[in-house]
Design a protein around this ligand. Structure first.
Ligand SMILES: Cc1ncc(COP(=O)(O)O)c(C=O)c1O
Length: 363
């Protein structure tokens, strides 16, 4: 018998979460921003790095950063904001605090795989309910699922990864009512929220078991920094301190997060140009005969008219990488493309037209 330590029984069958990378010219597979933040942001971070008290632990409560983030949302106080190393860590912290052994989580599939995955690794029991065939969620059926499963945590992802679709207020409110009845918590993951016309932030209230999670990785073009946050009731944010590691958010990251907030106009301009390019991609994909789902995010899910997995390889052969979701459950034959620069999007669309034997879209 092996004398090596064995992983936890409940993790033995688990497959880790990976996003395969291939070396290509045009990388449109991980929903990153197409370009870096402004040069002045880099200079502000460099200045902050120079002036840091490197020999001291950081501000454990990240109060200045939390206060500044709260100001972006109509002046929420720092006690209603929680920050962590990427929104994945925010989600994990919520699960460690409010789910765990003997408790269930609920997702509406297909959705962001990490919701169920993090549920599992924190010892909770993930329960999955399917969306309707068009990837929408029926509010009545969703509320019924919540009452039946009685999850400690219910996840909604809006815009939803990988479909890009934005949940109507009606769905969020119906699920929130049911979650409140069963004494659970609703997490609305808005990693792509700024690319969408609506947000659940307006529904936040100290009396509602609702949190909204956000990230610097997409809108703020800072995936390298690993910084995300949650907005929610103060009583809930306070409880997250029970599980979070002391000083988990380093001082340089706090400074980078603060520095970024000095460039809101640039961020809005970046988001607007991504939304415009998204429209161009959606229209061109339609012209090429693909099935396209309406996106409120910085990516588009589509089903090419010929076999998705083959098209994916043919794109790679033309040095364009998109996310191969063709074999994922529910997503038969689909591919997901991140909105890149105008030039990258043009390369993607021309390559796809070439593969499909069509004329390159004119737009
Ligand atoms: C829906 C969703 N939530 C959360 C994340 C994680 O983002 P972060 O980089 O903040 O950990 C992602 C990343 O792609 C995502 O798609």
């Amino acid at each position: 018998m092996s004398r090596r330590p064995q992983v936890r029984d409940d993790l033995r069958e688990l497959v880790g979460y990976h996003s395969p990378q291939v070396t290509v010219d045009v990388r449109l597979n991980t929903n990153e921003a197409p370009g870096p933040p402004p040069a002045a942001f880099g200079e502000a971070v460099a200045a902050a790095a120079r002036d840091l008290d490197w020999h001291r632990y950081p501000d454990r409560g990240a109060t200045e950063l939390r206060r500044a983030i709260g100001r972006l949302y109509g002046g929420l106080g720092p006690e209603r904001v929680f920050c962590a190393n990427g929104s994945n860590e925010v989600l994990q912290t919520v699960l460690l605090t409010f789910a765990g052994p003997g408790r269930r989580t609920l997702t509406f599939e297909p959705t962001y795989a990490l919701h169920a995955h993090l549920g599992r690794i924190t010892g909770s029991e993930p329960v999955a309910v399917d969306r309707d065939p068009g990837f929408t969620i029926d509010p009545v059926a969703a509320a019924e699922a919540v009452r039946r499963v009685e999850p400690a945590i219910t996840f909604l992802c809006s815009p939803n990864n990988p479909t890009g679709m934005v949940e109507p207020d009606e769905t969020i409110e119906a699920v929130l009512d049911a979650v409140t009845e069963v004494g659970g918590l609703l997490v609305v993951d808005e990693a792509y929220g700024e690319f969408a016309p609506r947000s659940a932030v307006e529904l936040l209230d100290d009396d509602r078991p609702l949190v909204v999670t956000k990230t610097y990785s997409k809108t703020w073009a800072m995936a390298a920094a690993r910084l995300g946050y949650l907005l929610g009731p103060a009583w809930l944010v306070e409880k997250l301190e029970l599980v979070v590691l002391p000083y988990h958010l380093d001082a340089l990251k706090q400074a980078a997060g603060l520095a970024a907030l000095g460039f809101v106009d640039e961020m809005n301009a970046r988001v607007a140009s991504i939304v415009e390019e998204r429209g161009r991609i959606e229209a061109a994909l339609g012209e090429l005969g693909a099935e396209v789902w309406p996106s409120g995010a910085n990516f588009v899910l589509f089903r090419p008219p010929t076999d998705g997995a083959t098209v994916w390889q043919q794109l790679v052969d033309r040095s364009v990488l998109v996310r191969n979701t063709a074999s994922w459950e529910h997503l038969d034959g689909c591919l997901r493309v991140t909105v890149g620069t105008a030039e990258e999007n043009g390369r993607f669309l021309s390559a796809l037209a070439d593969i499909l034997g069509a004329a390159a879209p004119l737009r």
